[in-house]
Write a protein that binds this ligand. Structure first.
Ligand code: NAI
Length: 258
């Protein structure tokens, strides 16, 4: 038997939140290449439909669904649509998120709520909805939450983002503990810096590039391909005994020298 078979997602339904760009769009393509039926969920439906078409052209199975993680009804409706097309969702990539820098003295109540409501409450809402449906169907599953190295350390101008991502780290561990008895695994990936729409202006600037050269031991940004292995490990049977783990994928950023 080929040892790589355990990384296969054949016959699995994978739902990716925030699949309209960046990490989510990339890992949705990867899930499809690994054999999964993929539910592409986000707010920008035209972008999702393009990706759906791309995956179908490559002989994959994909479905675009509108999803706003801040809205319970929208989350339930997305899972209903996924189930109607492909059956119960086996794997969730809880990836939708926002991020921008704002000094702690300038953050308004609305700014704080917006950040927490997407980056923490949204992750909880989607994970809970997925878990409730898996338990009801008596099926095992895997939930992968995208946290950040900023959930483990702090960065200037990002107090709301850091607090939300630290919440995602602890939420992932708590869910892992409570859901293990149902054969539902919950793990987090803590990415370092990857250039996406969230941060491309900064990483196109000399300041951004100098920051990376000076503080990341590998002295470079990550490429989206470098998230594929960690994602497949946690999503597939290859990671069957892993739950409650937080995998840093960061070029050594967290172990940068003080
Ligand atoms: P991105 O901006 O390309 O993707 C974020 C996605 O989330 C987009 O598809 C956006 O439409 C979606 N989204 C935002 N609010 C939503 C909502 N209310 N409902 C549904 N979808 C929503 O950025 P990127 O980098 O791909 O971000 C993906 C995740 O990775 C985020 O959770 C981010 O915090 C995290 N991350 C990114 C890092 C990076 O360096 N790019 C580093 C660490 C974590």
């Amino acid at each position: 038997m080929n040892v790589l078979n355990s990384f296969s997602l054949a016959d699995k339904t994978v739902l990716v939140t925030g699949a309209s760009s960046g990490i989510g769009a990339h890992l949705a393509r990867v899930a499809s290449s690994a054999g999964a039926r993929v539910v592409l969920a986000a707010r920008r439906v035209e972008r999702l439909q393009q990706l759906e078409e791309e995956i179908r052209q490559a002989d994959g199975n994909a479905l675009a669904v509108v999803l706003d993680v801040t809205d319970r009804n929208s989350v339930e409706a997305a899972f209903d649509a996924a189930e109607a097309a492909f059956g119960v969702v086996d794997v969730v990539l809880n990836n939708a998120g926002i991020g921008h820098s704002q000094g702690v003295l300038d953050i308004s109540e609305a700014d704080w709520q917006a950040m927490l409501s997407t980056n923490l409450d949204g992750v909880w809402r989607v994970a809970q909805c997925a878990a409730q449906r898996l338990v009801k169907a008596k099926r095992p599953g895997s939930i992968i939450n995208i946290a950040s190295i900023l959930g483990l350390r702090v960065g200037a101008g990002l107090s709301h983002y850091c607090a939300a991502k630290a919440g995602v780290v602890q939420l992932s561990k708590s869910l892992a503990m409570e859901l293990a008895r149902y054969q539902i695994r919950v793990n987090a990936i803590a990415p370092g810096y990857f250039k996406t729409e969230m941060n491309d202006a900064y990483f196109d600037s000399e300041t951004g590039l100098a920051y990376i050269r000076n503080v990341v031991p590998m002295r470079r940004l990550g490429s989206l391909q470098e998230l594929e292995g960690p994602f497949l490990l946690l999503a597939s049977e290859a990671g069957a005994f892993m739950t409650g783990a937080v995998l840093a994928v960061d070029g050594g950023h967290l172990v940068g020298s003080l």
